[in-house]
Design a protein. Sequence first.
Length: 236
Amino acid sequence: MNTASASQVEKDVRELFDIGAHLGHKKNRLHPKARKYVYQIVNGVSIIDLTKTVGTLQNAKTFLASQAKEGKVLLVVATKKIANQYAGDLCRQYGIPYVTNKWQSGLLTNFETIIKNVKKLQTLKDQKENGEWDKFVKHERNALDKQLMRLERFYGGLLTLAKRPDLLFLVDSKKERNSLIEAKRNGIPVVGLIDTNSDPDQLDFAIMANDDSPAVLQKVITDLIESYAKNREQAT
């Protein structure tokens, strides 16, 4: 490692340290396979080795950038309450499909079935916008509105998803266990921000950091999504 890159790593480590990215879970919640990312245990708390976090974050950004340039489709999965609003806003900004409410079982395994609901949502939105509901009486319009809101809640983030995604980025693999299982079953690479209570070997690119910190979540989510989005824009 040259002086310039060493200096950058040091700067990145300091930035992560300042927002508490090094604070993992208590020792009794430490996953055996996550131990290789832990620098030491202090007062019963796992302290994450941030030099490794910086390295894995950079590797994940490089991977997402390369996939974007190849036109691969990314799906972001972040239903964790302290992450979902921020992740959703950022994905909408860049036109990236996302799940921030609830993972719909079979989204990857039975994609064609799930996507019918997405198409139904788009149809209802178009009909309402075009004034096609005006011919209905009030209680019929209310019923359609309820159906629209329900579909929007579960499938609104998938309106830009025209095909099965090529890769996933998820926040907290324990929280997003079902999406991880489906991705592995379908051979879809997974990038994930995880904490010391998770198994990093389940992901293709695991970024170990404090996933209970809003500041950490926002930084990592931003870094990864922007790396993908900006390189996708360059490729078009």
